[in-house]
Design a protein around this ligand. Structure first.
Ligand SMILES: Cc1ncc(COP(=O)(O)O)c(C=O)c1O
Length: 396
């Protein structure tokens, strides 16, 4: 039968195919994998979740197992709205929050609500590959702006927005960006906010790693300076659990909020209400900051250990950007060696990295790659980085 399918792109793009093949290769138990981005199970509060689940079923079982409202569980929306005060964003109301099926769903919702084929969007270069994948569904023209060590390149951003006055939104990850692990300095954040304000461009701020800072201080959220011109995405995935799939979007523009809610209702009616209520109960009964602190202590140790191993085992000419939080390190190979070369050679020797290619909209054969440290043992980190060092030497 000849089906009459829509023009929407649903087959995996370059990003999707590349990632699927890397994750499949890295999934073998014989491979030391730095390719993925899994949180360490130390951040999963299992007994506390068990207690919260029991309490929800005992006190509110019928609501927890019934259909619910699209925007999300009020107690959870309230908690999230209040949390923004710790990021210097005041006046967020629970009504501004839509609880989503991971922040990933919020990305898909924004694509659906805002993009038509050929629309222009700005992203950092490189950027989170599954965000690119989500936007590609709507076939926009992606305008990548260089990501420097202290954040987006403001001159390039200004020139891009001047040359493209119709840009629909700019997608930014200001803290411990995926893939680079880099954060915006205060100066870059302030200047970028001025540029966005002058251009009147909606900012889509994705912030899954902000709470995982183990050194230095974070620049303020764009939401503090831009008000309703900034939508802020968040998630419990990296601080409590990714498996419950609970994220959110804070959207203070009423027209956009309504459009997002309409799209969400058609996608899933609402985020799993049982999970939302358990999480809200967990947050009410426990000190989540103390919990996050434990995760940060572990990630700091892992990041420092991986950086020490890199200094010890990687040959001269291979550079990495030190990080102050999050889950990733970003490594650059010398001229003449591509990250895909290293990926292949590493795999032959039993170690997987994530080549930078799918994080770029256009560049291929790049020399950059991402290393995840959150979920490997110290033994695996030392052995894996030593092997990568050997692989680099062979390729160089
Ligand atoms: C930058 C970024 N945004 C969004 C997500 C999606 O996270 P989740 O859907 O689990 O909230 C991730 C996951 O790794 C990410 O790195």
């Amino acid at each position: 039968m000849q089906l009459k399918l829509s023009k929407m792109i649903t087959k995996p793009d370059f990003q999707g195919e590349f990632t699927a093949s890397i994750l499949a290769a890295a999934a073998s138990p014989d491979i030391i994998s730095f390719a993925g981005g899994l949180p360490n199970p130390v951040s999963f509060p299992i007994p506390e979740m068990e207690a919260a689940t029991k309490k929800v079923l005992e006190t509110n079982g019928v609501i927890a197992l019934q259909y619910s409202s699209t925007a999300g569980w009020p107690a959870l929306r309230q908690w999230i709205a209040k949390r923004y005060e710790t990021m210097g964003v005041y006046g967020v109301k629970p009504e501004d929050i839509i609880v989503t099926n991971g922040s990933q769903q919020a990305l898909a919702m924004v694509g659906a609500a805002m993009l038509d084929a050929g629309d222009e969007i700005v992203v950092e270069n490189p950027t989170y590959l599954v965000a690119l994948q989500s936007f590609h569904v709507y076939d926009p023209k992606v305008l990548p702006v260089t990501m420097n060590k202290d954040g987006i390149d403001c001159d390039e951003l200004e020139a891009t927005l001047k040359a493209h006055p119709g840009v629909k939104f700019a997608y930014v990850i200001p803290n411990f960006q995926n893939p680079t692990g880099l954060s915006y300095s205060k100066a870059v954040r302030d200047r970028a906010a001025e540029i966005f304000k002058a251009a009147g461009v909606l900012v889509l701020e994705d912030n899954p790693y902000r709470e995982l800072r183990f050194a230095g201080t974070a620049a303020e959220s764009f939401g503090a300076a831009l008000g309703e011109q900034c939508c802020m995405l968040g998630t419990f995935s990296k601080i409590v659990t990714p498996g419950m799939r609970i994220g959110w979007i804070c959207v203070r523009n009423a027209e956009l909020r309504e459009k997002l809610l309409n799209f969400k209702a058609t996608a899933d009616l609402h985020t799993n209400i049982f999970s939302q209520m358990i999480l809200a109960q967990y947050l009410a009964d426990n000190d989540v900051d103390a919990h996050i602190e434990k995760t940060k202590v572990l990630y700091k140790q892992k990041a420092e250990f991986m950086m020490d191993c890199m200094r010890k085992y990687l040959p001269e000419g291979v550079e990495f950007t030190p990080t102050e939080g999050g889950m990733f390190l970003w490594v650059t190979l010398p001229e003449g060696v591509t990250a895909v070369d290293l990926y292949r050679k590493g795999l032959e020797k039993g170690v997987a990295i994530c080549p930078g290619d799918p994080f770029y909209e256009y560049e291929r054969g790049v020399r950059t790659f991402r290393m995840n440290y959150s979920n490997s043992t110290d033994e695996a980190i030392e052995k894996g980085v030593r092997i990568l060092g050997e692989a680099c030497r062979e390729l160089m």
